[in-house]
Design a protein around this ligand. Structure first.
Ligand SMILES: [Zn+2]
Ligand SMILES: [Zn+2]
Length: 180
């Protein structure tokens, strides 16, 4: 049982690394998969563009399948638990990423995740490739502590949670975000 628990936790950690590598090298770099890059740059150009579930699965099924093919024969149940950890991490990432765009934060972690990710969108897309954790940005030297994130007015309708009824940044987000 201990092996299964550890396998699952290793899977969650492995997801945070995959998230970083896929975003940095497939999403922003020419070195891995041009289709992922094309989709991801569309998301940057139009932040309310999200890949369809079908397109996400075209990427996720081979990646998870390859992991299962390697890990399950070597580690058995612990390997399967590791693959399950990757799937749970990936699902959590998808939900969190969308939430950072479409919903206001409800927790300290939520506030951190939004500022961290919107810094990547609007300040410097060479930093903050991780969405769920800062771990690998820290490890690879791409972690940036967001200052006031400058959100372009042309995109603010994608982040309606930032605005009050007067169409200005809500008082609770002043200092963290600014419209430009
Ligand atoms: Zn995004
Ligand atoms: Zn990006």
């Amino acid at each position: 049982m201990i092996g299964i628990g550890i396998g699952f936790i290793v899977g969650l950690l492995l997801w945070t690394l995959l998230e970083y590598v896929l975003h940095r090298f497939a999403g922003h770099d020419r070195r891995l998969g041009k289709h992922v890059r094309k989709e991801h740059l569309m998301h940057h150009a139009q932040p309310d563009h999200f890949s369809t579930l079908a397109k996400k699965l075209v990427l996720a099924v081979p990646v998870v399948g390859a992991l299962a093919l390697v890990l399950v024969p070597i580690f058995g149940a612990a390997g399967a638990a590791c693959v399950a950890g990757v799937v749970v991490g990936w699902t959590f990432y998808e939900r969190l990423h969308r939430a950072t765009h479409v919903r206001g934060p409800k927790s300290r972690y939520g506030r951190w995740a939004r500022r961290h990710h919107l810094h990547h969108h609007f300040e410097d897309s060479n930093t903050n490739h991780g969405v769920t954790s800062p771990l690998w940005d820290w490890a690879f030297g791409t972690l940036a502590a967001p200052g006031e994130v400058r959100v372009p007015r042309r995109h603010v309708r994608c982040f309606a949670w930032l605005l009050g009824d007067d169409a200005r940044i809500k008082a609770e987000y002043e200092g963290a975000y600014r419209l430009v």
